[in-house]
Ligand binder design. Structure first.
Ligand SMILES: [Zn+2]
Length: 397
């Protein structure tokens, strides 16, 4: 297992060292109590591959059954065709390895952990993938960028995704969680089944390269379309490390522009329900009172006919209306009776790399280094993996 110490690359003597684990644990999706598993050369292990419990050869079809007996969790492995019980494993975890593995028919990583996470009196079952860091980055780049985009745009995306993942791993290194990353927009979208070759080429071509800030590997945010200007994380979420901003030509695409209409009474219900608002009557006024340098709605003032007043951020509003509906906070808004009409540009939070902008820059001949310098002017591109000893030397303050 390769264990590398990664800290602030000598940029800050206070940067905290952490270890890049040999495998990254990613929660893929929830599972039901009866799970079908197929694949070649399937093997069942106890947690951390400490003990081999069952080893098979050739194509296998299993059913895994989760049960609690006297409150104690356990997994039973049954051969699907014969119904023969093959193994039983006590505890919250079961680990599987194999080739061409499918779980409930879906193509899945070759090393998996089934986790029973206690939720009150019962257990929630989760499928967790255990992947080498770059195998994970491959699945993120594949989910984020289509295979017909220019390679340099995919390489820039690979460096951003690798940096983002390492920064999250560092943040959670001592959290004691059952998994470190979510395979959704909560962290980064990862999809094993959509892995494509151009994404793999991009990952290999940028092996070990990350974006560094003053505190070490940076949480390099990225999004689909900035609508013409990017913003700093602190202006969008009220916090986060500075990455620098960029002016972009991506907004020239017709599909960068969007309109959305919502009912103010529906919006009031949603925001009240989420605890974001305590209005006695429906929202009557919705005004942008503060904007970011990039033109995003930073502060929004809401009023009701009964005199309620509240203030929200643009991202609060996106969360309430749905990130796919209110595509960005770079909008103008008008209200007519119970209707609010938004017209805007861009898609996503608007910090860090803009994917449509990166595509345009790459098509104009920019390489990934130039693309990264454009979107992250305050971060520095560094290589971490010449060799572990080079790395350690490079990281000494
Ligand atoms: Zn852009």
């Amino acid at each position: 297992m390769a264990v590398l110490l990664v800290q602030g690359a000598g940029l800050s003597p206070h940067a905290e060292a952490f270890e890049i684990p040999g495998e990254v644990s990613v929660r893929l999706r929830p599972l039901k109590g009866l799970i079908s598993v197929s694949g070649r050369d399937l093997a069942l292990h106890s947690t951390g591959l400490k003990a081999l419990l069952l080893k098979t050869e050739g194509f296998q079809q299993w059913q895994l059954r989760f049960e609690t007996l006297g409150g104690e969790p356990a997994w039973t492995v049954v051969e699907r065709d014969s119904g023969k019980s093959l193994a039983r494993i006590q505890g919250r975890f079961a680990e599987l390895r194999g080739e061409d593995v499918r779980v409930d028919l879906r193509p899945s990583p070759s090393h998996l952990r089934l986790v029973a996470a206690k939720q009150g009196a019962r257990f929630d079952l989760q499928l967790v993938g255990l992947l080498a860091l770059d195998d994970y980055v491959h699945g993120v780049v594949s989910a984020e960028v289509p295979k017909n985009w220019p390679l340099e745009a995919l390489k820039a995306q690979a460096v951003a995704a690798r940096s983002f993942a390492l920064a999250k791993l560092r943040e959670r290194a001592r959290s004691g969680r059952d998994w470190m990353l979510e395979a959704t927009i909560m962290d980064q979208v990862f999809d094993h089944a959509r892995k494509h070759d151009l994404a793999e080429t991009a990952v290999l071509a940028t092996r070990g390269e990350v974006l560094m800030g003053p505190h070490g590997v940076a949480t390099a945010h990225y999004h689909a379309d900035c609508g013409g200007h990017t913003d700093e994380p602190r202006d969008v979420w009220g916090g986060g490390e500075a990455m620098g901003t960029a002016t972009d030509r991506c907004a020239k695409r017709a599909s960068s522009q969007w309109r959305m209409v919502t009912s103010l009474s529906e919006l009031t219900k949603k925001l009240n329900g989420q605890g974001k608002l305590q209005f006695a009557s429906s929202i009557a006024g919705l005004t942008v009172v503060q904007r970011t340098d990039g033109g995003r709605a930073r502060g929004i003032r809401l009023t009701s006919a009964r005199g309620d007043v509240a203030r929200l951020t643009g991202e609060d509003l996106r969360a309430a209306l749905g990130y796919m509906n209110l595509r960005s906070t770079k909008f103008e808004v008008k209200t007519f009776g119970d209707r609010a009409e938004f017209s805007g540009r861009g898609f996503g939070h608007g910090t860090g790399l803009c994917q449509w902008g990166a595509r345009g820059l790459a098509a104009d001949g920019a390489d990934y280094r130039a693309i990264l310098a454009h979107y992250y002017p305050k971060l520095e591109l560094r290589s971490l993996t010449k060799s572990p000893s080079d790395l350690l030397a490079a990281l000494s303050p």
